[in-house]
Design a protein around this ligand. Structure first.
Ligand SMILES: Nc1ncnc2c1ncn2[C@@H]1O[C@H](COP(=O)(O)OP(=O)(O)OP(=O)(O)O)[C@@H](O)[C@H]1O
Ligand SMILES: [Mg+2]
Length: 358
């Protein structure tokens, strides 16, 4: 590696530290400064082992990479610099030779990554694949159910006209009513396939609309706090779908709070995020928080599945639809829930943020 190449490491999102033969830190990029909350000046010139309080696992990994002169990855490091909280990291150590820098010395390049972040990305990718498979399954199933439904309803109607004993009408009415109910359920399942009509969109208009709809539904007992970052860029989105996404989440929150509690709507800019396997410099973060009882433990894995409901009278489609729309917009939807504090977080690409251009 040449000295000039080190400048390139400054741009990486991965934390990089380079140590020399004596294990003295000679380089740390800005991502490393961020990760360890230390300036590179205070890292440089110190022994890496001292910086990390003589962590045994890190020490063994360093020894291994140096002795065998090969790359080595330690997947389970819990380390912190003196005076800071410990971090759960993975570290890849690779022997390097820096040409033209102190007469070409051999050292080690250490790449640190957040394990929690890796798990989160893997989980999001799994959810993305799963939701695509779900969508396909639902559409096929809904079509299969919808087709004979028209026939069943039509036949019941004809039968209804032919029946002579008045007491029997009750049965044909039940068939027709239930067929209608299924029909509208299937229609709801099939709507997400409408392709979004994206246009530049101000998220706060969407949130204000949802706010007024929820307040109209719950005029007493629910307060809505707004924490908007008005400098967030415009979205490229379908307004109606975006309203539906936020409304489904906010309505769930209001229902969970049984019409009594506080809803919070928050917007921020998120930096350096991966959405639908694409890296974006900026993304829009929308959070919908409630003070309700939280999502029961046994429902957490499946609330985005269709027809899963923990609510009397719920169809279990609200979050499925929300997730479908979010995916169509190239974003992600996640949640974090404890009793008294549930937050749904949307991450959406901003207008122009494709391929990290913005
Ligand atoms: N903020 C929340 N707090 C507690 N539980 C929640 C929250 N949001 C969702 N849930 C749980 O997730 C379930 C699924 O939600 P979803 O919106 O998909 O369906 P639903 O509300 O039951 O029915 P639908 O929205 O189709 O009328 C809910 O029934 C509820 O049990
Ligand atoms: Mg719902």
């Amino acid at each position: 590696m040449a000295v000039a190449a080190l400048a390139g490491l400054d741009l990486l999102a991965t934390a990089i530290v380079i140590v020399d033969r004596e294990l003295v830190v000679r380089f740390a990029n800005p991502a490393a400064e961020n990760l360890f909350e230390l300036s590179s000046k205070s890292l440089m010139g110190n022994m890496i082992t001292e910086v990390f309080e003589h962590d045994r696992v890190l020490g063994a990994a360093i020894d291994y990479a140096r002795l065998n002169h090969c790359s080595y990855t330690e997947h389970d490091l819990k380390i912190g610099v003196v005076g800071h909280a410990k971090l759960h990291l993975s570290c890849t150590l690779s022997p390097v030779e820096i040409e033209g820098w102190v007469a070409g010395w051999h050292g080690l390049l250490l790449e640190f990554r957040h394990i929690d972040q890796q798990i989160k990305i893997a989980r999001e990718e799994r959810l993305h694949d799963q939701s695509q498979a779900n969508r396909e399954l639902i559409r096929n199933l809904a079509h299969e159910i919808k087709n004979p439904l028209g026939g069943i309803r039509g036949a019941a109607q004809l039968l209804d006209h032919e029946l002579e004993r008045p007491g029997l009408h009750e049965y044909t009415q039940v068939i027709m009513k239930e067929a209608d109910r299924l029909q509208s359920l299937m229609d709801r399942l099939l709507t997400p396939h409408r392709l979004p009509q994206p246009a530049p969109l101000n998220i706060h208009e969407v949130l204000e609309r949802v706010r007024s709809l929820i307040l109209a539904e719950y005029p007493h007992g629910i307060t809505i706090r707004r924490d908007y970052d008005t400098s967030v860029p415009l979205l490229q989105g379908d307004k109606e779908q975006m309203i539906q996404i936020v409304l489904n989440i906010a309505r769930n929150a209001a229902q969970a709070m049984k019409g009594n509690g506080q809803l919070k709507l928050r917007t921020r800019i998120a930096r350096q995020v991966t959405l639908a396997r694409k890296r974006h410099r900026h993304a829009l973060e929308v959070q919908i928080n409630d003070t309700g009882p939280g999502i029961p433990e046994n429902m957490r894995e499946k609330i985005f599945y269709p027809l899963v409901s923990g609510r009397e009278g719920g169809t279990g489609l609200g979050l499925t639809l929300a997730q479908n729309f979010v995916t169509q917009h190239g974003g992600t939807i996640t949640f974090d829930s404890q009793p008294g504090n549930t937050t749904f977080t949307l991450l959406l690409p901003t207008n122009n943020s494709e391929n990290g251009k913005s």
